[in-house]
Design a protein around this ligand. Structure first.
Ligand code: NAD
Length: 220
């Protein structure tokens, strides 16, 4: 069956969405240091991004700064958290409770960013039936049943690469709308499904490459 074409135009540019959490962290740091106001120039200096870019990014968020003093730190934090969806909980299921999957289950930091993993799935009998950080691990065969009980929109993919697409299709056929994909496989989905690919290794390659250039420059 072919999937109908749907052109989606997102209002906020992706680079802006990637930068806003940096501004949030910066504002939180300022608050912990007792500051009441923060300017875009200060944020810009802290995170090494052009101040006009910071101001432009923040123009997407419903907050206005005061001339010279900047943004009120508490308001900026509240508005950014609301805007980024970090202060409301988004439930997720995780597939593949291996070394990466179980680390994510144990990561308490995710809740601070609005993600709550409410259940995990695996096929390994040593894992099925266990509870990790309060999160139950079910057999993948139980997914349909569990999904009916607990309506969840987000799926986290930490299974072996060979079954990435298969598990993706299972998730989507049961109503998952967004997939956080940690596998190094470019999963294929229809346009109405949101996919976020995340790779620690991609960042490593960038670091190695830049390091090589730096070391070469030192030798010159
Ligand atoms: P792992 O072998 O430790 O874990 C994989 C888990 O998937 C196992 O527990 C296995 O039993 C389970 N599994 C197998 N079939 C399943 C099924 N049908 N349903 C549910 N679970 C099933 O592997 P890992 O090191 O945790 O890596 C997992 C994936 O994440 C791999 O694809 C790996 O390449 C990727 N990975 C990505 C990053 C990153 O930075 N994005 C980092 C590490 C690993």
């Amino acid at each position: 069956m072919s999937v109908p074409e749907r052109k989606i135009s997102y209002k906020i540019p992706e680079p802006t969405l990637r930068r806003l959490p940096w501004y949030l962290s910066c504002a939180k740091l300022m608050r912990s240091q007792g500051e009441r106001y923060v300017s875009s120039t200060h944020i810009s200096r802290q995170i090494n991004i052009d101040s006009s870019q910071v101001a432009k990014d923040l123009s997407y968020v419903a907050i206005s700064g005061r001339t010279r003093v900047g943004y009120e730190v508490d308001s900026l934090i509240a508005v950014l958290e609301e805007f980024l969806g970090f202060n409301s909980m988004h439930k997720a299921f995780l597939f593949g409770v291996g070394s990466l999957g179980s680390a994510l289950l144990q990561d308490t930091g995710l809740a601070h960013f609005g993600l709550e993993i409410v259940g995990a799935f695996d096929i390994n009998p040593d894992k099925v039936g266990s509870v990790i950080s309060g999160i139950p691990v079910y057999h993948t065969d139980k997914f349909s049943e569990i999904m009916q009980k607990d309506k969840v929109n987000i799926g986290i993919l930490t299974v072996p690469i060979s079954i990435s697409q298969e598990i993706t299709d299972v998730m989507i056929s049961h109503g998952i709308k967004a997939i956080w994909n940690f596998t190094p496989f470019r999963i294929r989905v229809s346009e109405n499904i949101v996919v976020q690919n995340t790779s620690l290794y991609a960042h490593l390659a960038l670091m190695f490459n830049r390091l090589k250039d730096e070391l070469k420059n030192e030798d010159l």
